[in-house]
Design a protein around this ligand. Structure first.
Ligand code: XUL
Ligand code: CO
Length: 396
């Protein structure tokens, strides 16, 4: 058990009349909407990296968040303390899922073998925690961007040793995801892109990225992983030109290498807006190509041009995307993962709860509005009518 969140009760649905801040006003997990419970539709996940590992850094200042597991001490003990606090948080906020990078949960060792031992150790404890609490894994992913070895990319690195390193790391992380019964495995390119064409062999980098994706899919089949493999588009940041810019460029790459039936997309709101599209465009594009896998639910800031990863707070930002997702039957194995950060001034343990409650209520409120839109059928009728000549003689 962890005592970091000891003063915070289990968060319950109290409805709009409640004046408590530590309760849900809209997210009522057992309420039936469009034939399923809210819990089944929304499949919320807390993300390990922003919620438990991000220390409050920004480009101008150091850590502001002083969590007990962030101090000095044996990194493995710290990882265990973090694990206990994380599962306490999941159980209280009641996101039925979580998502993690290998390096968020277990520390990098001095060499590969030590790093793998650290991961194996934590994954065993995690398996136990999942059994005790009933919390499940939405997806796992490997961090292929933080360590300096990846400063020039992972699978697109000019040095084949780095390619071999990320291949091994992803293999281990896929094994861990499989052992934990993860429903998906995510690949976010991180630094799979370039800064200047003057030193870049683009064809070689693209061929190596393609080879890497093939290896991932081959390994999925080898171990019999039943989850989905997902690619997460993002246009810039960290590199200036990312090869996985948006849904369309990811799908073009997957089709070129014949993997479009094997890999779907994990679409993130703030990545969609950074690519000059909006969230609903990225969602519609994925649906039109049978490639919608899962969602990283957050928001950007129209006045700031970077990936601010804030919690969603406005149903109007989400409603059209949700309308298309739920008109299309919803997310099967995917879910809504809060890839979102609190403000670096939000230093108290309860701030993590306020942030998730706000995000979960915003999604629930949007879902309720979408139920009306779908039942009213006005938008669908309008669209059907607009194309009706394709069902008439000339169109046929
Ligand atoms: C980065 C991002 C990642 C991925 C997982 O912008 O969204 O956290 O979701 O690596
Ligand atoms: Co993300």
């Amino acid at each position: 058990m962890s005592d970091y969140f000891q003063n915070i009760p289990e968060i319950k649905y109290e409805g709009r009349e409640s004046d408590s801040s530590l309760c849900f006003k809209y997210y009522n997990e057992d309420q039936i909407v469009l034939g399923k419970t809210m819990k089944e539709h929304l499949r919320f996940a807390t993300c390990y990296w922003h919620t438990f590992t991000w220390p409050g850094l920004d480009p101008f200042g150091g850590p502001t968040l002083e969590r007990p597991w962030m101090g000095l001490g044996d990194p493995l003990i710290m990882a265990e303390t973090k694990l206990n606090a994380a599962f306490d948080f999941f159980s209280k906020i009641k996101t039925p899922y979580f998502c993690f990078h290998d390096r968020d949960v277990a520390p990098e060792g001095t060499n590969y073998i030590e790093t793998k031992k650290n991961l194996d150790h934590i994954i065993k404890l995690m398996e136990q925690k999942m059994k005790e609490t009933g919390v499940q894994l939405l997806w796992g992913t490997a961090n292929s961007f933080s360590h300096k070895r990846y400063m020039s990319g992972a699978s697109t690195n000019p040095d084949p040793e780095v390619f071999a390193y990320i291949a091994a790391q992803v293999k281990d992380c896929m094994d861990a995801t499989q052992d934990l019964g993860g429903q998906n495995y995510v690949l976010w390119g991180g630094r799979e892109g370039y800064e200047t064409i003057l030193n870049t062999n683009m064809k070689k980098e693209l061929d190596n990225l393609a080879r890497f994706l093939e290896l991932v899919v081959n390994y999925k089949h080898k171990i019999g992983f039943k989850g989905q493999i997902l690619l997460e588009p993002k246009p810039h940041e960290p590199t200036k030109h990312q090869y996985d810019f948006d849904s369309a460029s990811c799908l073009a790459l997957l089709r070129k290498i014949g993997l479009d039936k094997e890999i779907k997309l994990n679409i993130e709101v703030n990545h969609a807006t950074l690519s000059g599209h909006n969230f609903e465009h990225e969602i519609s594009y994925a649906i039109a190509n049978n490639a919608l896998g899962s969602i990283d639910i957050n928001r950007g800031d129209t006045l700031l041009g970077w990936d601010t990863d804030q919690f969603p707070n406005n149903p109007a930002d989400l409603i059209m995307a949700f309308y298309f997702i739920f008109s299309n039957g919803g997310l099967e194995k995917g879910g809504f993962n809060f890839d979102a950060k609190i403000r670096r001034q939000s230093i108290n343990p309860e701030d993590l709860f306020y942030a998730h409650i706000g995000g979960m209520d915003t999604c629930a409120k949007t879902l309720l509005a979408v139920e009306k839109l779908i039942n009213d059928n006005v938008i669908q009728q309008y669209i059907t009518n607009r194309y009706k000549k394709w069902d008439e003689e000339l169109g046929k």
